[in-house]
Design a protein around this ligand. Structure first.
Ligand code: SAM
Ligand code: SF4
Length: 330
């Protein structure tokens, strides 16, 4: 039997769903949230685990193969371990991953592995405590570092560290992060700073991937990995002696041509592009048709159909993402 395929108008195969399980977070990163946080969704506004599982089941039956759990901070939502266990057991799922800020990882890494999670991405933008506190508006570097070690000890692999690269903030830490990757034999991925919060973004903060690669090449002979080009939007390179570095360049080099994603927000909106406000309200469907999945299937297909050819994040006049990344699920 051939597996189902979900394809958009531009013949892109859509097989990856990112699910934000909460809009809440224990950090307040400047690029993601205002200092006071965003007004939290009410209890009934957030999809229940049962509802998310139903969407996931239907999406898998249509051709989704990979699911990433994100947030907000996914590890702050109560019951996350039992939920992950149920997602991991869904038929048709080929890859389950989670993105976390690492604050709670030290305590939870072993249990996450036992729940069926195989790998995690940890967000960490600096190796300096004072810069961490400035960017995250909370202390926590030591906890995140301990969480990364705990994830490795628990066998969560491959371990990937996401660094939002910002000129004037952490641009002088590129080589330190490469040494971090070599020492821990993990992958550090530099992500270009995106205008998710217009008021916290100026183009001067953008550190283009080409510049990051040129700094890395000044010290190391970078060897492109075989997976380059086929492992999603990240261009990855082996470092001499162990570890890998990668760059993700949503701003300087669109990778929309190969985008395979859908995003489900914490409140049940399905989005086909991080930078577009166009969304389909699955919560309404979930709550009005408890038994019949056909309306849900139609909505998922509609979101796929309207997936834009490319985003326009650097065009101020274009359709924009009006939500914080914490709610959309970065
Ligand atoms: N709280 C978790 C975390 O920080 O890993 C998961 C949610 S967070 C929204 C997911 C990812 O989005 C993080 O790696 C974060 O650094 C990234 N992100 C948020 N705002 C961003 C921005 N303006 N530009 C680039 N990446 C951003
Ligand atoms: Fe929280 Fe992640 Fe947003 Fe930082 S990037 S405020 S950790 S959701």
């Amino acid at each position: 039997m051939t597996s189902p395929r979900l394809e958009d108008r531009f013949l892109r195969r859509i097989n990856y769903l990112r699910v934000s399980v909460t809009d809440r977070c224990n950090l307040r990163c400047t690029y993601c949230m205002p200092a006071g946080g965003v007004a939290p969704l009410g209890h009934g506004e957030v999809l229940s685990y049962e509802e998310i599982l139903r969407v996931a089941r239907v999406a898998l039956s249509l051709g989704i193969e990979k699911i990433r759990i994100t947030g907000g901070e996914p590890l702050v939502r109560r019951g996350i371990l039992g939920f992950l266990e149920r997602v991991a057991a869904l038929p048709g799922l080929k890859d389950l991953s989670l993105t976390t800020n690492g604050i709670l990882l030290k305590e939870m890494a072993g249990a996450l592995r036992r729940a069926g999670l195989r790998r995690v991405n940890v967000s960490l933008d600096t190796l300096r405590p004072e810069v961490f506190e400035r960017v995250a508006r909370r202390p926590g570097l030591e906890r995140v570092l301990a969480g990364i070690d705990a994830a490795r000890d628990a066998g969560l692999s491959p371990l990937k560290i996401n660094v939002v690269a910002m000129r004037g903030v952490n641009d002088d830490e590129v080589l330190d992060f490469a040494e971090f990757a070599r020492a821990r034999d993990c992958e550090v991925r530099f992500i270009e700073f995106m205008p998710a919060r217009r008021d916290a973004w100026d183009s001067g903060s953008l550190l283009p991937a080409a510049e990051i690669l040129s700094v890395l090449s000044s010290r190391y002979a970078l060897v492109p990995t075989e997976a380059e080009g086929i492992s999603g939007p990240c261009r990855t390179y082996l470092l001499p002696g162990g570890g890998r570095v990668g760059v993700i360049s949503p701003m300087s080099d669109h990778f929309c041509g190969t985008c395979n994603r859908l995003r489900l927000t914490a409140e049940g909106k399905l989005r086909s592009c991080l930078f577009s406000d166009r969304q389909v309200d699955l919560r309404r469907i979930l709550r009005s048709s408890a038994e019949d999945d056909r309306a849900l299937e139609a909505c998922i297909r509609e979101a796929v159909h309207h997936k834009p050819e490319r985003h326009a994040a650097s065009d101020p006049s274009a359709e924009q993402c009006g939500l914080s990344m914490s709610r959309v699920g970065g």
